[in-house]
Design a protein around this ligand. Structure first.
Ligand SMILES: [Zn+2]
Length: 139
């Protein structure tokens, strides 16, 4: 019994990617804000085992979250789009992707949620209903 357990532990260790945390320094403020907004609402978060948060020119759309079987989660933000957005739009996009990655939330049909698939009118609503939409996000 002990031997089987050791083999299982060893095989898990070799299949999993080594733990890593890489985040572009321009994205750190949004990551820290997401953690503090969650904490303010009493939400405990489980941070991915391996996490890469970076820019990429080649993704479809403004942001993408990729979840891998080995525990690695990658978030990529379109680097060209990033410089067109204001700070408020950046927060919205980052919170959307962090919610996929950390809260494990999928898309919903609700224009008063950050997790809607359509950017508009949700993004416009976020400007005037930020608190309400953060409550919905971390509920
Ligand atoms: Zn999404």
């Amino acid at each position: 019994m002990m031997l089987i357990l050791l083999v299982l532990v060893t095989s898990c260790g070799t299949e999993n990617a080594p733990a890593q945390f890489e985040i572009d320094e321009r994205l750190i403020p949004y990551y820290e804000l997401f953690l503090s907004e969650a904490a303010d609402r009493g939400r405990d978060l489980v941070i991915p085992y391996s996490f890469i948060i970076d820019f990429n020119h080649y993704i479809d759309g403004s942001g993408v979250t990729r979840t891998h079987k080995n525990g690695l989660i990658e978030i990529y933000i379109h680097s060209t789009d990033w410089y067109r957005w204001n700070d408020y739009e950046r927060e919205y996009i980052m919170f959307h992707e962090f919610s996929h990655a950390i809260l494990k939330r999928g898309h919903i049909k609700n224009d008063m949620s950050i997790m809607t698939e359509r950017l508009y009118p949700s993004l416009t609503n976020y400007r005037t209903n930020r608190e309400e939409m953060l409550q919905e996000l971390f509920r």
